[in-house]
Design a protein around this ligand. Structure first.
Ligand SMILES: Nc1nc2c(ncn2[C@@H]2O[C@H](COP(=O)(O)OP(=O)(O)OP(=O)(O)O)[C@@H](O)[C@H]2O)c(=O)[nH]1
Length: 408
């Protein structure tokens, strides 16, 4: 393919231009020549060849604004440096047409390359600006080298305020410390990295962000820096927290459920083993609850269960946690509590509830509890402990209900 280039020249170069043209044609370059009387006629940043003798004082001031080659009668390094200092891009003598052709070839092809790079770069920028999640890239010295519009919106700064800065210039120090240490780790290990961290948006709101970053390599294979994409996962995490909470909560009463108990007992068991502090469990079962349902209907029974949970909640102490294990059966797990203390607590709950009148459908209703109590023996497996407490509760029921029995 033959590329055509527009080159401007001053009148005194009319003779050597045909020789230059001949040289260039060997390399698939076609030149459209335009003779000008003043550099002013050559558009800014275009290539202009000017004979030294054609240069007016006004022209000299315009040398730097064009890609200008000054052609002198006799070349010397001094002369060349003088014109370059004055703003010329280069300087040759009129006999060196091959050198001039070589210079033109370099200027034209380099220009073509950098123009196409510019187009590619701006195209790439348009593309990343269109992506609706924040994207940034930094060099190997942790300096931002580029970003997209979404990143600017997130920070509330224009690109000019971000590019050339480090993370310490744009984020609060406590967050910048987190990002910087993750950046160092990524650059050291290479590849990709994913982590979650908080980020403060321009409007002051704190968001939970999943950072997805990767190291990019320079053409010589060394790390050139890193590119990162920020995904806002605040809503997703919030939803997950709600789901997690609801999976651990009894829908009717709002008490923690059996699933939650199964997790907590293992945790507290471990804590207790480590700390040597006693751990006790109370199992409470409402007596003749069926009668409440029979008398006030299922919704009356539901109300009773909610009232009971509220009442028990009000009587918990620090370190106690309440769980609804089944229909009308509850556990209270008591940390730092031995059997003696747990029995006192169980008795006070039994007595307190028996004396309390609940209001269900405008009726005063009294309920009682049968209670089993156990202090967890760290050498006995958990299933066995739960068996023991069930047996104690069974005994309390069998012995007439409304009473407390310790597991033996
Ligand atoms: N309204 C309501 N009733 C429930 C719920 N879960 C279980 N029940 C009822 O609780 C009652 C439990 O009955 P039983 O196991 O015979 O126990 P009880 O009547 O309390 O008798 P004892 O435990 O032997 O004192 C049943 O009638 C169940 O329908 C619930 O979520 N809501």
């Amino acid at each position: 393919m033959v590329n055509t280039f527009q080159i401007y020249f001053s009148p005194n170069l009319a003779l050597c231009k045909s020789q230059i043209e001949a040289w260039l044609s060997d390399y698939s370059m076609k030149v459209e020549w335009r003779c000008i009387d003043s550099i002013e006629e050559c558009p800014a940043s275009e290539i202009v060849l000017v004979a030294e003798g054609d240069l007016s004082t006004k022209d000299r001031r315009l040398l730097a604004a064009r890609r200008s080659l000054v052609v002198v009668e006799r070349w010397s390094l001094d002369a060349s440096v003088k014109w370059i200092k004055m703003g010329a891009t280069n300087c040759f003598d009129s006999a060196s047409t091959a050198h001039i052709a070589s210079w033109l070839f370099s200027e034209c092809t380099h220009f073509t390359r950098s123009e196409s790079e510019k187009v590619d770069n701006s195209m790439l920028q348009i593309v990343i600006d269109t992506i609706p999640v924040p994207i940034f890239y930094k060099d190997h010295l942790h300096i931002y080298r580029g970003c997209n519009d979404a990143f600017c919106d997130f920070l509330g700064y224009p690109k000019e305020r971000i590019v050339g800065c480090s993370v310490y210039d744009i984020a609060p120090k406590h967050l910048a410390d987190i990002y910087y240490s993750a950046d160092c780790e990524l650059l050291a290990q290479g590849g990709t990295q994913q982590y979650e961290a908080e980020a403060r948006y321009a409007n002051g709101t704190i968001h939970e962000i999943e950072f997805n970053k990767a190291v990019f390599l320079r053409p010589d294979g060394l790390p050139g820096g890193q590119v990162g994409v920020m995904l806002d996962i605040t809503e997703r995490n919030q939803l997950m927290r709600e789901l997690e909470k609801s999976s651990q909560t009894d829908q009717l009463t709002g008490a923690a459920n059996r699933r939650s108990f199964d997790q907590m007992i293992h945790e507290e068991w471990k804590n207790s083993k480590e700390s040597g502090k006693p751990l006790s469990l109370i199992s409470l079962d409402l007596d003749h609850f069926k009668k409440i349902n029979d008398q006030y209907g299922h919704s009356g029974g539901d109300t009773a269960l909610k009232l009971i949970v509220n009442w028990l909640d009000d009587h918990l102490e620090e370190g106690d946690s309440l769980y609804r294990i089944g229909g009308e059966e509850f556990y209270i797990l008591m940390t730092d509590t031995d059997l003696k203390k747990a029995l006192v607590k169980a008795e006070s709950l039994r007595e307190g509830l028996a004396q309390h009148a609940f209001t269900i459908q405008n009726h005063e209703v009294n309920m009682t509890l049968s209670i089993g109590v156990v202090q967890l023996d760290m050498d006995v497996i958990l299933d066995k402990i739960l068996e023991l407490i069930d047996r104690a509760l069974y005994e309390a029921k069998n012995n007439g209900r409304n009473q407390v029995r310790a597991a033996t």
